[in-house]
Design a protein around this ligand. Structure first.
Ligand code: PMP
Ligand code: GLN
Length: 394
């Protein structure tokens, strides 16, 4: 129990949040500021994001109402979301009944977990998992069942699913593409998972915030498009990732009407709505042509390759990155574990990274560190130059 929980009896009734440590992203960004380090930890791009999308938000401050927008989102944005996913992923979504705007994917996740978990329900989670998942599942009364994905391939295996699923499974929470391992799950993995969802009558919450950030000609496959999944999948997206504007916190949720009705009940009491000028600008951005999204992917893939080459050259073993802003390196032999490694490089070498054990409940993987490559060439090169000191003898 934390000291605060001892002083305030009201806090002792909420063990999940009262006993949580600070999120690793905040900790590493603070250490980066303290040590004047290059921050390749928390995932955010260098720069201001696309000029035209920001200009659309600035214009909309004057041209649209700044009072409460509709609870489900501006009609212009919901229509743009449905059109965007029809064009990019072949989905057929009714903008009025099957699309909702949230304050970031984080609100969408929290709302979905609160709305759909009954205390005691089992929730299947894939490790490594984004750090918000487990506390939210526990706070909603869910009982986590872990499927541990192992480096270097992080593939979903049937035997692991068979162990995790049971008659009490109600929810499966998948992140595809997967942060932090940068894995993109394709048809084989998703078909296997879909078969388990159907067999155990489970609802899938699929966090697809990285759906546009995939490389080397891959195409994102939304779980909701698989046979039997249309009625049992909650698909979550984030404009922050699509447009490199992580501070905007404009998220979207897509689900069949019976699920959406329940999700909207959580949303109405969590945030109710999201700033209207940002919604209008995201509607503008989602309608941009294919070339725009392709250019973002190409630029990020180039940055990935630059950082991967730089890190390999100085002596790191770099794992493959098929999507997201991230790549991971094996730090075995360089420090006692990933936490020690990340503390050492931020304080002694001036580069911040994220220890991947933060994404494993049991800490079963402790030899990986995650770097964000969504940065300028100069930033990436400077980081590599600083890290080269790790391998210099004497
Ligand atoms: N899910 C995953 C897997 C993420 O990586 C992130 C943020 N990087 C989020 C959710 C949160 O998205 P948002 O900022 O839109 O709340
Ligand atoms: N999702 C971002 C990452 O993985 C961090 C988000 C946050 O700081 N809460 O780096």
């Amino acid at each position: 129990m934390t000291p605060a929980a001892n002083r305030f009896p009201a806090l002792t009734g909420h063990p999940v949040f009262a006993t949580l440590p600070e999120t690793v992203f905040e900790t590493m960004s603070r250490l980066a500021r303290q040590h004047d380090a290059i921050n390749l930890g928390q995932g955010f791009p260098d720069g201001q994001g696309p000029d035209d999308v920001r200009a659309a938000a600035a214009r909309a401050l004057d041209s649209v109402s700044n009072q409460y927008p509709p609870m489900m989102g501006l009609p212009s944005l919901r229509t743009a979301i449905a059109a965007h996913y029809r064009h990019h992923q072949g989905l057929d979504l009714d903008p009025e009944r099957e699309v909702m705007v949230t304050s970031g994917a984080t609100e969408a996740l929290a709302g979905a977990l609160m709305a759909l978990i009954r205390p005691g329900d089992e929730v299947v989670l894939f490790e490594p998992m984004y750090d918000a998942y487990l506390p939210l599942v526990r706070r909603a009364g869910g009982v986590p069942r872990f499927v541990t994905l192992k480096p270097p391939h992080f593939r979903i295996e049937e035997a692991a699913l068979a162990e995790a699923f049971s008659e009490r499974t109600r929810i499966v929470l998948l992140n595809n593409p997967l942060n932090p391992s940068a894995t993109v799950f394709g048809l084989d993995d998703l078909a296997l998972l879909a078969a388990f969802c159907r067999r155990f009558d489970a609802v899938a919450i699929c966090d697809e915030v990285w759906e546009h950030v995939i490389f080397d000609g891959r195409r994102h496959l939304p779980l909701i498009a698989l046979p039997g999944m249309r009625e049992r999948t909650v698909k979550i997206g984030s404009a922050g990732k699509i447009f490199s504007l992580t501070g905007w916190k404009v998220g979207f949720v897509m689900a069949a009407e019976p699920l959406m009705r329940v999700l909207s009940r959580a949303h109405q009491f969590l945030t109710f709505t999201t700033p209207p000028n940002l919604q209008e600008a995201v509607a503008y951005g989602l309608a941009k042509d294919d070339r725009y999204f392709e250019d973002i992917r190409t630029g990020l893939a180039r940055s990935r390759d630059r950082l991967a080459a730089g890190l390999s050259e100085i002596g790191f073993t770099v794992l493959p990155s098929a999507g997201t802003y991230f790549l991971t390196v094996d730090i075995a032999g360089l420090a006692a574990d990933d936490v020690a490694f990340c503390r050492r490089i931020v304080s002694e070498h001036g580069v911040a990274a994220i220890p991947v054990s933060a994404f494993y409940e049991g800490g079963s993987v402790r030899n990986l560190a995650r770097f964000c490559f969504a940065k300028t060439d100069a930033t990436l090169d400077a980081a590599v130059e600083r890290l080269a000191g790790l391998f210099r003898v004497g």
